[in-house]
Design a protein around this ligand. Structure first.
Ligand SMILES: [Zn+2]
Length: 287
């Protein structure tokens, strides 16, 4: 009970609106309105130390009023930390030194010729920091955290070659009811962060969700495959011929068995000569 309170209450302790205000304000790290006034005056030009003091005062005040918490452990973030504290960053079980062309998923999907790479940024276990971060994103509506996750993954994996040759990013659509209830799709946020880093377009209108609406948490691999069969289709009005030959980076928050990803790939295989790289911000137990 105490552990629950220690972990969860700090995340609850600030209202959604306060957090939204803080996140909005934090997008203007050094140019709040008063400083912008100063920046146009000879006052600032002649007094950089005073301007810096104003900036520090501004940040300290914002932090005091709306302190942002770590998406991993719930602790209060230091002024120079963004979304996740340094300690949690160090504990992230990274998957960035892998061969993306030789892993279990590639072997399982060998009859899908268009798949050229499958990868993830971190490993997912229920007690890992990666799981806490995804939980904060999905259930505490930390949308800025989602974009941060995408940016970080793209920065860290850019040199690995996993994203080489990709033309566009396709976040996997949620079931419409779940999307309405949550108010956002976490995979879209992660995709937006990655797109900003990689300079690629995000295609949210390419796929639509047509099935697989049941929760899969208790399903075996084969039950998941069955449940997700036909769960995606090309969206109305998409011309597969016009998209032919493109290389799509499919993005999901977590790849568990891979059944959801495989279903999305199957739908996109209507596009002639399409290639696919499947990416999960985290994935479960792959060898
Ligand atoms: Zn932390």
């Amino acid at each position: 009970m105490f552990l629950f309170a220690a972990k969860v209450l700090p995340l609850y302790s600030y209202s959604v609106s306060a957090r939204a205000v803080a996140q909005t304000l934090s997008r203007f790290p050094l140019t709040p309105y008063p400083l912008r006034c100063i920046s146009h005056s000879r006052f600032r030009a002649n007094n950089p130390v005073i301007a810096m003091s104003f900036a520090r005062l501004y940040h300290s005040t914002i932090d005091l009023l709306f302190p942002l918490t770590c998406g991993g452990c719930g602790c209060r973030l230091a002024l120079d930390e963004d979304q996740v504290c340094a300690e949690c960053l160090l504990k992230l079980p990274l998957e960035i030194n892998r061969s993306w062309q030789h892993n279990r998923r590639i072997a399982e999907w060998s009859d899908h010729d268009g798949v050229v790479g499958v990868g993830a940024f971190t490993r997912y276990t229920h007690d890992a920091i990666s799981a806490h971060i995804i939980h904060s994103l999905k259930y505490y509506r930390r949308t800025a955290l989602g974009q941060w996750m995408g940016r970080l993954a793209a920065q860290q994996l850019r040199a690995s070659g996993l994203f080489d040759g990709v033309d566009a990013i396709v976040p996997l659509p949620l079931a419409p009811r779940r999307h309405r209830r949550r108010g956002f799709n976490q995979s879209v946020l992660i995709a937006q962060g990655m797109a900003a880093e990689l300079g690629l377009p995000v295609l949210t209108g390419l796929l639509r969700r047509t099935g697989g609406f049941e929760s899969q948490t208790r399903f075996t691999y084969h039950q998941r495959l069955e449940n997700m069969k036909g769960a995606f289709a090309l969206a109305d009005g998409v011309d597969p011929i016009a998209m032919s030959g493109r290389h799509f980076l499919l993005v999901d928050d977590v790849i568990t068995t891979g059944a959801t990803m495989l279903s999305a790939i199957t739908a996109l295989e209507q596009i002639p000569a399409a290639r696919f790289t499947a990416f999960g911000w985290a994935w479960v137990n792959t060898a």
